[in-house]
Design a protein around this ligand. Structure first.
Ligand code: SAM
Length: 310
């Protein structure tokens, strides 16, 4: 029996929370989804209107007919490879929950590497750091940094007006809206100001790879992914603009796609920026390039990163 029917099952049959979880898990496993149990629990908790942790003591609760119908619809969406976060409408990133819309990238856990690296640079929690987030999307990077540094202020820029609206809503939800400004723009082109920290996760997927990505990635906006023929177009635009955005002692934290470290470092070096460090993500992949605008000797003192320049 297809899962949608099994989960909703025939009217009249008693279906408990645990039955629905088991049926969804089986359907997801049969479809080859990588985390069938987790997906099943998240979707059923969502339909049931409770936290996932609560499922443990609600296992025997019978599901109302409308909840079973709702579960069936959610399961069908997941079987069409819509990501769970898109179905739920939000993604947990760093310390906050970020609302999603079709206009924004579903923030990835590896992007937390940039948050970690930028926070290690912002060592004085009481300082009024000025932060710039280029290609802010859901606002995940800027909102996370502002929440961790209560005196910091920041600007988030995105070329998509609909993304900027979501980022502003996420900033409000996290309580950092008074310190955040969101602007529609083409990278930093309209900015005359300099910043203490620049973060950027540009689109970096090479066009030939776009159609080979997991079906779930098809739910992300193409503009958030498409890095041109070789994946480097975004960096080519950003590298020459970055030094002029950096204040004294500042650093830019730029996300890297797999295998892009040397090419991206070369683009920033050619633009007069100084490559300070590279940070790997939890999978050991070089994920965050750190660049400064100063001479190596001065910047080394101020930035204090352990990793050697690349
Ligand atoms: C990979 S997503 C990153 C989103 C978010 N910062 C994150 O890490 O989850 C890239 C973002 O850059 C934006 N973008 C693409 N081209 C841009 C441009 N020329 N100027 C400003 N933003 C741009 C996209 O709309 C998208 O939101």
């Amino acid at each position: 029996m297809p899962m949608a029917e099994a989960a909703a099952s025939a009217a009249g049959a008693t279906i408990a929370v645990a039955d629905a979880i088991a049926a969804a898990q089986r359907a997801f496993a049969a479809a080859g989804l990588p985390t069938p149990r987790l997906d099943a629990e998240l979707l059923i908790a969502h339909a049931r209107g409770c936290a996932r942790a609560e499922l443990a003591w609600r296992r025997r609760e019978p599901l109302a007919a409308e909840t079973r119908t709702a579960i069936a619809a959610l399961v069908e969406r997941r079987l069409r490879r819509e990501p769970v976060a898109r179905i739920l409408g939000s993604r947990d990133f760093w310390a906050h929950r970020f609302a999603l819309s079709p206009a924004v990238l579903d923030p990835r856990p590896e992007t937390e590497t940039l948050v970690e690296a930028a926070l290690a640079h912002m060592t004085d929690a009481g300082r009024s750091y000025r932060i710039l987030d280029l290609g802010t999307g859901s606002g995940a990077l800027l909102v996370s940094l502002l929440a961790e540094r209560p005196r910091a202020t920041g600007v988030g820029i995105d070329i998509e007006a609909a993304a900027v609206a979501i980022a502003a809503a996420n900033a409000a939800a996290a309580g950092v809206a008074p310190r955040a400004r969101f602007v529609v723009g083409d990278w930093g082109a309209a900015l005359a100001a300099r910043f203490d920290v620049v973060v950027c996760n540009p689109p970096y997927v090479a066009q030939p790879d776009l159609d080979r990505l997991a079906p779930e990635v098809g739910y992300d906006p193409r503009r958030a992914l498409d890095g041109g023929c070789d994946g480097l177009d975004g960096y080519r635009q950003l590298a020459p603009a970055t030094p002029a955005l950096l204040a004294r002692g500042a650093a830019a934290f730029v996300e890297l796609g797999f295998g892009q470290r040397d090419a991206v470092a070369a683009l920033f070096a050619a633009a007069g920026a100084r490559v300070v460090a590279v940070h790997a993500d939890l999978a050991g992949i070089d994920r965050c390039l750190v660049v400064g605008a100063e001479t190596p000797r001065k910047a080394k003192k101020r930035i204090g990163f352990g990793a050697p320049p690349v």
